[in-house]
Design a protein around this ligand. Structure first.
Ligand SMILES: Nc1nc2c(c(=O)[nH]1)N[C@H]1C(S)=C(S)[C@@H](COP(=O)(O)OP(=O)(O)OC[C@H]3O[C@@H](n4cnc5c(N)ncnc54)[C@H](O)[C@@H]3O)O[C@H]1N2
Ligand code: MOO
Length: 395
């Protein structure tokens, strides 16, 4: 039997000629999860002026330790007048420090009698947030290739930025093979099963930043398969197929792909997901995942995620975060590296990996109830307490 290829070899082949897609300007309100197309530098200081970190009294530190007249009140949102020398100003969290003041005494430590406030000793800058403390003009705010999220969108808003240039979302077509597959909502007949892979892959693709432009069934017929693939290649940057990549005879995807573009069939030293088809039709990359739902799921994390990351120019999506955990299970592998579905728990300063008891590639429950993949090398024995490397499944 021919030697099995490694996951790394297949990934290298998949990504070899893939380039970042073009850019588009979008409203920041729609930018969560999108990847920045260019560096963004700060054009404003944040905060724009020295302001108070506390509710209290602003004064010149040299005047602290005395009783001072309260000469003005500065609510947030108002420009203060310069502080009259030898006085203090009533101030609130976020209010601008008046010229002439350099510190704030918090109100809990100040006793007030009418217009007079007895101020304790207070150091210069105490309770003052300096202009530009968060961001100063010209600083690199966010780098190209950053996936935008809650905090980065907040930063952009803090700069008054409403539109942002991001990489276009990769368009993905999902093609399902298998005459036994029917859609939820129809009654199940003998021999049929519901389409699990379609919704599962659609959800993962969206989490990886892709846009599913079509999800179609490919009938068991050569010319229909050619038509479907041709249509998908015109509409999409990536075509994902599920099923029909093993050694069966029922399938027309392989000959159809060979007619329309390039195809290489891989036999990988991994479990689940030994068979994988990679190819191209025109500019579109084709990833043929196995039909078994678990193999499809694991393949999506290991191949589709980096592919969609490359198309979006997001380096952080090239590899999943790796965590070193302690196995709370026993297993033994043979010639293939095993990607076991495990649940990581973080307790008492260590990470424990519990394996789902049934690791068959037909048991999708093993994916739905876990959060990581333990990567067990070939020809190895793992006992409880042994170290095991895990891939954390985060988009
Ligand atoms: N003689 C051999 N048989 C098989 C081999 C092999 O090396 N020699 N490899 C096995 C491995 S490993 C895998 S993985 C599967 C891959 O099979 P295919 O990609 O050809 O997929 P199918 O045969 O079409 O389907 C496999 C399995 O998955 C179910 N399926 C398919 N699509 C869906 C869907 N959309 N939703 C839910 N379930 C789906 C399908 O009903 C089958 O049960 O081949 C092994 N066989
Ligand atoms: O490798 Mo297959 O994906 O075991 O079932």
């Amino acid at each position: 039997m021919a030697e099995l290829a490694s996951v790394e070899q297949a990934l290298e082949a998949l990504l070899r000629n893939v380039e970042r897609l073009d850019n588009e300007w979008i409203d920041c309100r729609d930018a969560d999860g999108r990847v920045l197309a260019s560096d963004i530098s700060a054009r404003l200081d944040v905060p724009p002026a020295d302001n108070s970190a506390m509710d209290g009294y602003a004064l010149a530190s040299a005047d602290s330790g005395k009783t001072l007249r309260i000469s003005q009140r500065i609510p947030a949102g108002q420009a203060p007048a310069p502080l009259e020398p030898g006085t203090c100003a009533r101030i609130f969290t976020g209010s601008e420090i008046p010229p002439g003041a350099d510190c704030v005494a918090i109100q809990e430590n100040v006793s007030v009698d009418g217009e007079q406030a007895a101020i304790p000793p207070t150091e210069p800058h105490q309770n003052v947030r300096q202009r530009g403390l968060d961001v100063s003009v010209g600083a690199r705010l966010l780098e190209r290739g950053t996936k935008l999220g809650a905090a980065s969108l907040g930063l952009l808003a803090g700069q008054g930025i409403a539109q942002v240039e991001v990489v276009r979302r990769p368009r993905v077509a999902v093609l399902l093979t298998g005459d036994e597959i029917i859609e939820p909502g129809t009654a199940l007949k003998r021999g049929q099963i519901y389409n699990s892979n379609g919704p599962m892959l659609t959800a993962l693709i969206a989490r990886f930043g892709g846009l599913v432009v079509e999800q179609v069934r490919v009938a068991d017929d050569f010319s229909n398969t050619v038509e479907r693939l041709r249509g998908a290649a015109a509409a999409a940057d990536v075509i994902v197929t599920t099923g029909g990549v093993s050694v069966g005879e029922e399938d027309h995807v392989k000959p159809a792909l060979e007619q329309l573009g390039t195809l290489s069939l891989w036999r990988l030293a991994m479990r689940p997901g030994k068979p994988l088809a990679l190819g191209t039709i025109g500019q579109a990359s084709v990833v043929g995942l196995p039909g078994n739902p678990v193999s499809s799921y694991v393949g999506a994390w290991l191949y589709l995620r980096p592919l969609l990351g490359r198309l979006q120019g997001c380096a952080a999506m090239a590899a999943l975060p790796q965590l070193e955990a302690t196995a709370n299970f026993a297993t033994r592998t043979q010639a293939r590296r095993h990607y076991m579905r495990v649940t990581l728990t973080f307790a008492d300063g260590r990470i424990l990996a519990d394996a789902y008891p049934e690791q068959s590639s037909a048991v999708l429950t093993s994916c739905a109830t876990t959060n990581a993949l333990a990567v067990v090398p070939p020809d190895s024995v793992i006992e409880p307490g042994d170290p095991v490397s895990c891939l954390w499944l985060q988009a």
